[in-house]
Design a protein around this ligand. Structure first.
Ligand code: SF4
Length: 224
């Protein structure tokens, strides 16, 4: 766990000084740092059909009963945190298996890259600190494919998760909005209408629009 100790040290000697990172920001940052900043720095949120479906699905998971499933005790919608790493969030479901707690994250869409794996790994790091037990594996469930994808929390994934957490902490501390990459990610992004990547991601176009806005002639002063 040396990487985790380093991460806590980088965040500051006094845990009270650590800027807390919401675990949900990890998936956002991994997908697009600008999306993360729009949501967690600028507090932008565009509700649409996709986000609404996601919210309702999570509510359904969290409100299910905690009856043992296939002989395994489960807990739903439980808050988790790590004082050492400056993290806080919620786990959709934890199965308390004989080989350790097993967190499960629910997603509406199909699997796209490792973004959700990083979020799940951060949940596992919190559970380890809270419960004092190793959390070796978990899963991401897709409502669309009705499948679980098992995630092993190996050293590489833990290190990458901590890197992303520190990058987000820097973003939150500096209240910074990164530039728009304006690439294929934007088509699937719920914030495209707020972000306007086609405008802000192209400096020449942005300069042209700024020129049109600030050098427009005032009505009735056509002679200037
Ligand atoms: S629209 Fe594109 S650049 Fe803007 S936040 Fe979404 S993914 Fe990032």
């Amino acid at each position: 766990m040396d990487d985790e100790s380093d991460a806590a040290e980088r965040a500051g000697d006094d845990v009270d000084d650590i800027v807390e990172v919401p675990i949900s920001a990890i998936e956002h940052y991994s997908y697009c740092p600008r999306q993360c900043a729009l949501i967690h720095v600028e507090q932008t949120f565009d509700e649409n059909l996709f986000t609404l479906r996601g919210r309702l699905a999570h509510e359904r998971v969290h409100s299910g009963d905690d009856q043992p499933s296939r002989g395994v005790r489960v807990a739903r919608g439980i808050p988790v945190w790590s004082d050492r790493l400056g993290l806080r969030g919620k786990v959709d479901l934890v199965e308390f298996r004989p080989d350790g707690p097993y967190p499960v994250e629910y997603k509406i869409g199909p699997r796209r890259g490792v973004h959700a794996d990083l979020q799940l790994c951060a949940q596992a790091l919190c559970l380890e600190e809270m419960l004092g037990e190793e959390v070796p594996r978990g899963a991401v469930f897709s409502f669309e494919t009705r499948r679980r994808h098992e995630v092993v929390f190996d050293d590489g994934l833990r290190a990458r998760t901590l890197e992303v957490v520190e990058a987000i902490r820097g973003l939150l501390r500096e209240q910074r909005l990164p530039p728009a990459p304006n690439d294929s990610r934007c088509r699937h992004c719920s914030l495209i209408n707020t972000c306007l990547p086609g405008v802000v991601g192209e400096p020449a176009r942005l300069r042209g629009l700024q020129g049109a806005l600030f050098h427009a002639r005032e009505p009735g002063r056509d002679d200037e």
